[in-house]
Every structure is written in structure tokens, then in C-alpha cells.
Write a protein that binds this ligand. Structure first.
Ligand SMILES: [Fe+2]
Length: 409
């Protein structure tokens, strides 16, 4: 018997067996020695908010040896019964979606690497602007181009922004996330590839000025006072100045930094521009900035569900956005955006992997948990337009469904 060690709930997998009991706390045993941990056991821990368990034992089950990196682990196997009649017969459109999903699974590690490299380059170069050091325009253009090409060719990679943390800097995470959505919205606008690359470049630099805002303001949970708010509101102009002077960025692209907080109805800042006075790429940036910010976690609040974010944009903030772009954006991400975890009327849980603009309530789902809450042992897709007796009951968070998105994609 070795010294007791803590194991994160996120690292537990059904089928794991330890040669000593696994404890929830000093009084409660999760499983006895040599007893298999089940999907239900893990689900209970998640439901109770228990993030780690403890054991003095060693892992016995062969299946669990390579669990160091959860993103490498195969999805846990299902033991539940599934009605085979539920699985759509793939037509050509569904086959294409399945192919794209497969691309996501096969490429997720490379994409994560690209994201963390891009985050490093972006963060270093923005810092350099503040510290009067060389801003490597070419290096930032290079990451913008690589990201654009990846996102255009593998649009489901978007899910990785929600599934994984590739940088500790949330401002940088946000910049790249917004850039990816900008690129997809630009595609809907039929922008050429070079134009999309410029849009990506401009969007990932739009919050350059935010690095001047002190951490205590960025992380404040209460409402900002007047002085703090003035500090935040200075970021578009500051970013624009830094980018165009030290950074030698073309002013047509640095304009996105200056204008991304302007709103279509003229109530934004810093200049209170409205409608067509705001450049089109800045109007794109404004939509993707708002949406991605809502679905990201912040030090002072939880992430909103994509469904909630889309609802907010369409109800509370609608007039803040260019209506034509907003329509395209809604067609692109839909009411249950890609990556949303949803509960179906038959109690199964799945992830939205595609949607059709004319049938926003009937997206294509990758099934992830059966009605008992157990994982499937294979990839199953369901096109809700073909299975009309089923419907989405609610959008839920991955954590509440016990889903580790990065590992289970
Ligand atoms: Fe901003």
C-alpha cells in the first residue's frame, strides 16, 4: 500500500479498479478495493460537486494506464442499451458532417498546439508594444494566416476553444476565439482568403489596449466605478495608437481595435459612431467579440451557455449589431450553437455538431450519454430533422452532464 493520493474526478474513467478502497472523504467510500468504478459513480461525484477522491491503492485496470493526459484518453465505453433505430441513416449532408467531426477528433491535439503557439506569439508581441520593443508584424500575420486556413478548412475546430484552455491569459484566449468566429462570419460574407486573413489579424489584435487595464479592474465582481470604467473605455483608442505607431499596422486594420466597441445604434464608444460609419470588419468584430466573451469564463463569472448567449444577443442587445451581419451570424451558429451540450426528450445527452439555418431547433447531434447517463462506446450521430418525434428539452453545461469535452470529443 502506498501513501494516500488524491485523484481528480475529471481523471476517473468507468472501468478503473484500484487495489485499495477509493474514498470520497474520511467517512465515505466510493468503491471498495478491486471494485470497478462505474459511470454512475463518476456521475454522482460530478453531481455532488466533488472534484477529487483519495486512495492508497494502485490502479489495476489495464484500460486506465494511459490516463495522464485526459485529452489522449479514449472516450469511456458504454454499457447501456441503445435503440439502434435511433441512429439516422446518413445522407450525403450527414456524411459530410461526420467527416468533419472525424477531422476534429484526429486533429484536436495539433490544433491545440497551434492555439497555444499562436497565444504565445500574440501575447509576446502585444507586450512588446507596451514595452517599446519590436512588434513582429510578420509573426502575427503568420499565425493569423495559419489560424484562418485551419478554421476555413476545419470549422468544427471552434469546439476546441470551449473544450480546452491553451493559455492562462484570458484576453489572449478571447482574441483568438473571436478571430475564429470572425473568420467564419467573413466566409458567410464571401470574403476572399486574403481578406479573411486580414480580418483574423485585425480581430486578434482588437483588444491590444486591454493590456493596460489593471488586473483588479478586469477581475472586479462588483460594478465598476466611474474612474475604472473610464480606464476600460480607453482601450480601443490606446490599442489603435499602439498598433499604428510602434506596431506599424495599417490603419485600415487597426481600425478594428478603434471601432470594435462601437454599436450599430450609436451607443457604443469611443466615438459613438453608428451604422455605416463603422467599418464592416469592425461590425463583424463587434458581434463575435460580444458572443465569444459571453461563452467564455471570466475570473469574476461563469461562462454562459452558448444557447443563453445567443438568446441575449437576439433579445437584449439586438440593435447593437448590424442586422444583416446578425442574420448571417444566426444562420452560422444557430440558436443551439455548435459545441452546445443538450438534453433530448428521450433523456439522452448530446453535443450539437451542425445546424441548418432554416431549422434552428433541429440540429445534428453527436450522442454522448444514453438515457441512463452512460457514455456510448462508439460515435453516434442523430439528425433531428429526420427524427421528428425527438426534440431538445434544454441546453446544459458539459460539467452538469459529467462530460469532459476535450477528452470526449
Ligand atoms: Fe474590447
Amino acid at each position: 500500500m502506498s501513501a494516500p493520493k488524491k485523484i481528480k474526478t475529471a481523471e476517473l474513467r468507468p472501468g478503473m479498479v484500484f487495489d485499495q478502497p477509493v474514498f470520497i472523504d474520511s467517512e465515505n467510500v466510493l468503491v471498495q478495493a478491486n471494485q470497478e468504478i462505474s459511470g454512475r459513480d463518476i456521475e454522482r461525484l460530478v453531481k455532488w460537486g466533488i472534484t477529487e477522491v483519495e486512495t492508497s491503492g494502485s490502479l489495476m485496470a489495464k484500460k486506465a494506464r494511459d490516463e495522464d493526459d485526459p485529452s489522449d484518453a479514449p472516450p469511456p465505453a458504454a454499457t447501456g442499451f441503445m435503440d439502434p433505430g435511433l441512429i439516422s441513416r446518413p445522407d450525403d449532408a450527414l456524411k459530410k458532417i461526420i467527416q468533419r467531426y472525424d477531422q476534429l477528433r484526429r486533429n484536436k491535439r495539433n490544433f491545440k498546439r497551434l492555439l497555444s503557439e499562436s497565444a504565445d506569439v500574440l501575447h509576446t508581441n502585444i507586450r512588446n508594444l507596451y514595452e517599446n520593443r519590436q512588434f513582429e508584424n510578420r509573426a502575427v500575420i503568420d499565425i493569423a494566416n495559419r489560424l484562418t486556413n485551419e478554421i476555413c478548412e476545419k470549422p468544427l475546430m471552434l469546439i476546441m476553444f470551449q473544450a480546452t484552455r491553451f493559455t492562462p491569459e484570458w484576453i489572449v484566449h478571447h482574441a483568438l476565439h473571436a478571430g475564429a468566429y470572425a473568420c467564419l462570419l467573413g466566409q458567410e460574407m464571401r470574403y476572399s482568403r486574403p481578406r479573411l486573413q486580414e480580418l483574423m489579424f485585425a480581430t486578434i489584435l482588437m483588444d491590444t489596449g486591454m493590456l493596460s487595464v489593471p488586473g483588479h479592474i478586469l477581475e472586479k465582481t462588483e460594478q465598476l466605478n466611474e474612474k475604472e470604467w473610464a480606464n476600460v473605455k480607453a482601450h480601443p483608442l490606446l490599442g489603435y495608437k499602439l498598433l499604428t505607431s510602434q506596431g506599424k499596422v495599417k490603419s485600415s486594420l487597426a481600425n478594428v481595435s478603434l471601432q470594435h466597441q462601437e454599436t450599430f445604434h450609436g451607443k457604443g464608444y469611443p466615438q459613438g459612431l453608428k451604422g455605416g460609419q463603422i467599418e464592416e470588419i469592425s461590425r463583424i468584430a463587434h458581434i463575435v467579440d460580444s458572443y465569444t466573451a459571453m461563452i467564455e469564463r471570466r475570473p469574476y463569472r461563469k461562462a454562459n451557455l452558448p444557447y443563453e448567449a445567443m438568446k441575449t444577443i437576439l433579445s437584449v442587445d439586438m440593435h447593437s449589431y448590424d442586422p444583416k451581419l446578425l442574420r448571417l451570424f444566426l444562420g452560422l451558429v444557430s440558436i443551439y450553437p455548435i459545441g452546445s451540450i443538450i438534453k433530448l426528450s428521450n433523456d439522452m445527452t448530446g453535443m450539437v455538431v451542425a445546424s441548418k439555418a432554416d431549422k434552428p431547433l433541429r440540429p445534428v447531434i453527436r450522442l454522448m450519454r444514453d438515457a441512463e447517463g452512460l457514455p456510448f462506446n462508439d460515435l453516434y450521430f442523430l439528425d433531428l430533422t429526420q427524427k421528428t418525434e425527438l426534440y431538445i428539452v434544454s441546453a446544459i453545461s458539459p460539467a452538469s452532464a459529467g462530460i469532459q469535452l476535450e477528452a470526449e470529443i
